[in-house]
Each structure stands twice: as C-alpha cells, then as structure tokens.
Design a binder for this molecule. Structure first.
Ligand code: MCN
Ligand code: CUM
Length: 783
C-alpha cells in the first residue's frame, strides 16, 4: 500500500509535471496565441551599422504599403519624452534613436500594420539615411584616453561606466609576496545568447472603457515591470496589468525590458488598438541582451604543498552601449565575488570595470545567477592551472583546499556567508561514479599510444536566492518574494506565487510544498502565477531564486494555515490545542491517534462550523525575506577524447553530483540539471557571438550560432548529495542554474588535461574543432 506521502505527492516525490499535458498536446498559451479583435502587428526597422549618425528617416514609401497604418520613429517618441528609458542598472537606453545608432540591429523605427506581412513589407520600405561612424568594439581600446565616445550623451566623457572592487588589496598583496607559487592566466569568456525556443514579444491593449492597459509579455518579472511602467508612464499602477502567460524558456533573456515592448505599448496607447509584437529568430539573437563578455586576468597564490593563499582578479566587463544587466542594484558585477569558490581562501581581491562598446546592451542573461558562471569558470580553471604547476592531481589539490563541513556557516574573504556545504562528499561520490583512478590509469596508457584523452573536474559553489532585502533590490524594490494560499471548503486549494515558471515546473513543485505542509493531495492544489492582477507582489523568476524565496514563502504561508487549522481541530475535537499533534498529515489527539481531523475536515469546518469569534475561511499570505542566500554546490567530472584528425572534442562521460539541499521533486531537479548541463556544454564547445572590425555580428543566426542538439549532447550521469540549508524553512536551495555554471570548466579542464603534456595550460572557450585543430598542428600532433 502506498504510504500517505506517496498519495499526497509531497516533498521528495517525482510527481509528473502538471503542466505537461497541455504542453505535450500543443495546448500551451504563449504570447503569440493571444489574438484580440482589431489587433495591429508591429515590425521593427533595424540598423545595418554598428555606429552611425541618422541623417533622415523617410516613411512615405512605407505608408503606401497596403495595410500599413503608421510608422513610429524616435522623433515621435521624443515629443512624448519616451525616446529614452531607464535600464535595470540605472543606466539609460534608447527606445528609438533620434540622431544616432549604437549597435548593429538596433531598433530605428517601428511599423504598424493590419497583419504581420504588411508590417514586414512596411519595415523594408522605410528609408533611413545613415552616415557611418567608426565603431568602438574592443573594450580595452575603448578605455584608452583618446578613444571616441560610445555615449556622448553622458556627462562622464569616457567609455568607462563603473569601477567595482571588493576584498583586501594589501592583505592579498602580502599573501602573494609570501607565497611559494603563483599562477596567472588571461581568460576570455565570450558573449553568448540564451536562444530560448520562444523569442520575445508582447501584446499591448488599452481598454478604452476602463482605461486599463493590459500587456501580455514574455517576462520573467511581471510585477517589477508593472511598477517601472507605472513610474515611467505615470499610468496609475492599478490601471496596468502585466500577464506573463506560458513562456517558452527564459534563461535570463526575458528579464530586461527591450525597446520593442515599449514601442508596442506606446503604439497601443496612440492608436487605441491592441498591438502585437513578436521578434523573429535573428532579431532575438542579434539585439536582445547578451551574457558574459568578461575579459579576466586572474592570479592564484599558494604554498608548495598546494594550500591556497590568495586570489586576485581584474576584469573588464563589456556591457555594449548601455549597462542593461539585470543585476541587483548594489551589484554592478553581479555576484562575481563568489569567485573564491569552494576553497578556504584566506585572502582575495577582485576588481571589475564596466565599459561601453558599440554592441547590444549585455551583462547577465544565460542561466547564471548574476555573473556566477564567470566566477566559477575563473576559479575552477585557476585551480587546475595550479595543479599543473605543482604537478599535483587536481582532485587532490581541491580536497586539500575545500572548506570543511564544520567550518559552516563560512565567511569568505570576499564577504559571503556560505550557509552549508560538504564538498568532499560530493567529490568522492563523483569520483566513485566515474571510476576516477581507473580513468587516470587509462589516460597514462593512451598517452603512451599518442591518444588524447583528458579528465576534468569542477567542484563549484553557487550563490542563489536573492535576496536578503537589506542588500538586494532592483531599482529600489526590495528582493523578497511571496505566496498566498486559499483552501476551499471541500479541501482543495489555490496557491498564488510572486514568481512564475518559464519551464521549471512551478505548477507542480509549489503544489508539492503545500501538499507536504497541509496534507492535501497535490492533484487538489492549483498554482497560479504571472498575472499582476491576481498574484501577490514578487520580484520574479531568475537567479534560481524561486525555491529559496517564494518556495520558503509558500511553506510559511502553509504553516500559518496549519496554525489556524489546529484551533479548528481543537474546537471540533473538544480538546485544547496543547493536546494536539500534527502527525501523519493530520491533527491527532496526543495518546489517542484514533481521534483526528484531516485538513479536508478542517477546511470544511472553516466555512461551516468555525467557533464563534474566529474568522471564517482558511487562507494565508506570506512575504518572505530570506535571511541569507543559499549556496548549492556540485562536483562534476568530464572525460573527453580528442580527435586528432578533426580537432573535435567528444565528451565521452560526464558525471554530475549536485547538492541543492532538500529536494522537492527529484525528477524536476534532474531535468533542471540535464538542461543546465547542455547549456554548459554549449558555451564550452560551440556557442559564441563575436563582432568583426566593422561591428558586424557573427553568431546572429542559427546558421552560425551552434546550439547543441541531441547529436552533440552526451548521456548525462547524475546523482546528488543532500546538505540542507540551515536557514530555509524546507532546507532547500535553488538548482536551476547550477549545472550551467558548473559544467563549462569541467569540460575545459578535461581538454587542457588531455593536452597538458604538450605544454598547453589554458584554452579559451568555445573550444571549436578549427581552433583545436590549429593547436594540434602547432604541437605537431594533428593527424
Ligand atoms: N527544485 C526542487 N528542489 C530544490 C530546488 C529546486 O524541486 N531543492 C525545483 C523547483 O521547485 C523548480 C525547479 O526545481 O520547479 C527550479 O527551481 P529553482 O532552482 O528555485 O529555480 P527557479 O525556479 O527560480 O528557476 C530559475 C532558473 C533560472 S534563473 C534559469 S536562467 C533557468 C532555470 O531556472 N531558466 C529555465 N531553468 C530553466 N528551465 C526551463 N525549462 N526554462 C528556463 O527558462
Ligand atoms: Cu542570469 S539567467 Mo536566470 O537568472 O534567469
């Protein structure tokens, strides 16, 4: 007989996803499925130049295209004061330009038409006269004193945006002076793009009777967007409704506000008709927010035994023409300062400088909780460099430096308080799964035969769950999150949460939390989110924050309900609350377990038989402000074989042991890890966006931006350890990005390991076959 928790589908059960029946049958409701009477379609004219003056925009031919209703340019927006908008990092970004464009594919004008095709024909007919200007593309050259300015509109006459540093510079210098060995490395982490299946878009509609603006949009943070819309447009917040319906992948790319959204809203307000805007694939790849683009110089100091003494990092962050990163306001370089990783690093100092260039605004997106990928890549590569220099096994070097379980809560040299961890246990498990020692023996034999095989390790620490509101905010809005639960008289319930899902399965996992806390079956619990008119205020889904924040809020709200239910139970059973205990998902009389009330009994009583003086109903709200972030971690080991004839890297095996504390749904967590690993393989071996000297984008279509398919993806071998978070009510940590953060250095370390006997100490990503083949040729080992 199944036990109570199996029937409930509570925490720890691989409940099948409630959202899948509609997705698998093609019945999801995405933005493009929103169709309103009288709806106009918008298309965007984009710049062919990376940097140019706009001499004129002639819309007359476009207006002659049958079906075209209007053309909107920056001049029209300027008249309404809407041609610039704030970015999430308090920078400014053009909605539509009035006099110059700053990157290739930048929005120049938008065309509104009766159908999508007329809009596209209209956009092609808009004539724009440009005077090309030399683009500034290299962020290091952009910092030279005589470099032309990307942003002449700014008071500061420089391409330097901000400087940020943390740690103790002098102490770190002393540690370096006193150390036996120092390894130093330049590491470039290139621009990449999330390439979610669904591109971005919106439908904006103004109801002329109620005066209410409704915007269905591909956003990961509907409430924050509504507040910012209200502040910028002066439309009262209750007259704005933002709905984030089913979303076909977010991965960070749907956090920022893009000019297209704003243009569609303005067009709906001006024309009085609903307006739909949906990006095509190349617009999505070429103009939306980018990730990474960090030029890193790192140094790691240690003594001869391999005990790490200090870490020093200097980074130039290429932000494109605007700092439109979606970081918490006080963290211009995100949480890059997690770069001391899983190691007990006594000293560290980190500096980052943000720089403008003629590229699309970038700085966060791609499954990374605010620059953690860059941090993890740096430290995990540096640890391997050190191992090579000391001729020490990289697993052994890691073990020597891990923060020990008894050191938690651990305060890092850069100021974070790690909540919990057990790094050695995860590494031991991964080593056992993959057969580490056997692989090392195999490598020796293969090397003797001239075969190139490598083993790479990454033992990373993530930092997710922004955030404690005393330090974390977005444009002043504190980063808490929320849940609201209402139990209906017949024992089913609705849960509304301030975060939402872009594919993570929240409709299932949040129901599981309530099932566990209240003892109601998961099938009877509906989860609703993404609609600002109904969901409680929350900051949205990114930075793997849903479980750490709204997950905690859901548990706490459920516990408030349980508290009230206990009083109802005492009333019904005619005992004092002190005589009751919550056991086997029921309130039982202590010592007389045959006298009990289930939550369904109590829900009914809450509406039909509640004691005089008690409010009717059974519902609760919680706004949860986490006391700390959560620090999930993992140990990954990759085995690669290199084809000496083609330079192709084949990932033969990949073992991933993750620890995200208490697991709510093991199947969903495994799915998150599988997807995340594939998105870690991608930048390691395939994906990159780069710009040629004229500022033309490369990797701006799926012809040359290589998203891995099932063909390239190895069979992931996953397992886990469980080290609960001591401060989360369920002990859970986030997991949504761990694999993307942890995987790239494991793969790079494996490739470098395969070539280490040829004096190869580092490779930048992506390690593509042509790049690697050239290196094999140089080393005389290509076939
Ligand atoms: N979970 C769990 N037990 C845990 C931790 C998480 O069962 N201890 C479950 C959660 O309940 C949730 C899922 O795993 O269903 C992910 O939870 P969490 O780690 O809290 O992350 P978020 O829900 O906040 O998701 C955001 C994260 C981010 S930031 C990116 S980027 C990313 C990712 O999720 N984007 C995704 N995974 C994605 N998966 C899909 N399918 N689509 C995206 O756009
Ligand atoms: Cu930076 S990708 Mo996720 O945090 O949406």
């Amino acid at each position: 007989m199944p036990d109570a928790t199996t029937t409930l589908g509570g925490i720890g059960h691989s409940v099948k996803r409630k959202e899948d029946p509609r997705f698998l049958r093609g019945l999801g409701k995405y933005i493009d499925d929103v169709k309103l009477p009288g709806m106009l379609f918008m298309d965007i004219v984009r710049s062919p130049h990376a940097h140019a003056r706009i001499l004129s925009i002639d819309s007359s031919e476009a207006l002659k295209v049958p079906g075209v209703v209007a053309v909107v340019t920056g001049k029209e927006l300027e008249a309404a004061g809407l041609h610039w908008m704030p970015t999430l990092m308090s920078d400014t970004q053009m909605v539509l330009p009035t006099d110059r464009v700053c990157y290739q594919s930048q929005e120049v004008a938008c065309v509104l038409a009766e159908d999508r095709y007329a809009a596209a024909d209209g956009a092609a007919a808009v004539q724009v006269e440009y005077e090309a200007l030399p683009p500034i593309l290299d962020p290091i050259k952009a910092l030279e004193p005589d470099a032309p300015l990307v942003r002449p509109d700014k008071d500061k006459k420089s391409n330097h945006i901000w400087h940020w540093e943390v740690g103790d510079r002098e102490a770190t210098q002393r540690a370096f002076d006193a150390s036996d060995v120092v390894v130093a490395q330049d590491i470039y982490i290139p621009r990449i793009h999330v390439a979610s299946i669904e591109t971005c878009g919106c439908v904006a509609s103004m109801d002329r009777v109620s005066g209410k603006l409704t915007v269905w949009m591909t956003t990961q943070a509907p409430h924050a967007i509504r507040t910012v819309f209200s502040l910028v447009s002066k439309i009262p917040e209750h007259k704005i409704r933002v709905i984030s319906p089913d979303i076909g992948g977010g991965f960070g790319g749907k956090v920022p506000v893009y000019p297209g959204y704003v243009c569609a809203v303005v067009a709906a307000l001006v024309t009085g008709r609903p307006v739909k805007w949906i990006e095509d694939r190349s617009e999505n790849l070429q103009a939306d927010s980018f990730a990474r683009d960090y030029h890193i110089h790192a140094e790691l100091a240690a003594d001869n035994n391999g005990k790490m003494q200090g870490l020093r990092i200097k980074t130039i962050a290429d932000h494109g023409y605007a700092d439109a990163a979606a970081n918490p306001s006080k963290f211009p370089a995100g949480l890059f300062s997690i770069c001391t990783g899983s190691y007990d690093m006594p000293n560290a100092h980190v500096e980052v400088d943000g720089v403008y260039t003629n590229k699309p605004p970038g700085g966060i997106a791609y499954r990374c909780s605010f620059r953690v990928t860059e941090a993890v890549h740096t430290i995990e590569r540096m640890v391997d460099s050190l191992a090579l220099k000391l001729n020490m096994d990289p697993a052994e070097l890691r073990s020597k430096n891990f923060i020990h379980p008894e050191q938690f809560p651990y305060r890092s040299a850069l100021g974070w308080e790690y909540d919990s961890g057990n790094y050695q246990a995860a590494l031991d498990k991964a080593k056992a799964m993959i057969g580490y020692d056997d692989l090392r023996r195999e490598q020796v034999e293969k090397r003797a035969r001239g075969e190139l095989m490598g083993i790479g390790i990454s033992t990373f620490t993530e930092i997710v769950g922004a955030g404690p509101s005393h330090t974390f905010d977005i444009l002043g809005i504190k980063m808490f999150d929320s849940a609201e639960i209402r139990v209906h008289p017949t024992g089913s319930a609705i849960v509304r949460i301030g975060v939402q899902t872009q594919g993570q399965g929240h409709e299932t996992t949040f129901a599981q939390i309530v099932a566990e806390e209240l003892g109601l079956p998961v099938d009877n619990i509906e989860v609703e989110h993404g609609d600002t008119d109904t969901a409680p205020y929350g900051l949205g889904t990114y930075a793997s924050r849903s479980t750490p924040t709204a997950g905690a809020a859901t548990a706490m709200a459920a516990r408030k309900i349980r508290e009230k239910a206990m009083h109802l139970a005492a009333h019904l059973l005619e005992v004092s609350v002190d005589d009751l205990e919550w056991k086997d998902y029921q309130f039982q009389v202590r010592g007389a377990p045959e006298r009990f009330k289930t939550m369904a009994d109590l829900a009914f009583a809450a509406y039909t038989n509640h004691p005089q003086g008690m409010e009717a109903g059974l519902e609760a709200v919680c706004y949860y402000d986490p006391p700390n972030l959560t620090f999930p971690f993992g140990a990954y080991i990759a085995v690669v074989d290199i084809d000496r004839g083609t330079g192709e890297v084949k990932v033969r095996r990949f073992v991933a042991v993750d620890d995200c504390g208490t697991v709510i749904n093991p199947m969903i967590v495994e799915g998150q890890v599988h997807g995340g690993l594939t998105m870690g393989l991608a930048p390691a071996l395939y994906e990159q966006i780069w710009y040629d000297e004229a500022g033309n984008i490369h990797g701006g279509t799926l012809m040359d931006y290589l998203v891995p398919t099932a063909m390239e993806t190895p069979r992931w071998e996953t397992d886990r350890t469980v080290t609960p978070s001591p401060h989360h009510p369920l002990g859970a940590k986030g997991v949504g990005e761990s694999a993307t953060v942890g995987a790239p250095p494991a793969i790079v370390n494996a490739v470098v390991d395969a070539l280490s006997h040829l004096e190869v100490t580092h490779l930048d990503i992506p390690i593509t076959p042509p790049r690697l083949w050239r290196l094999l040729q140089e080393k005389g080992v290509a076939l």
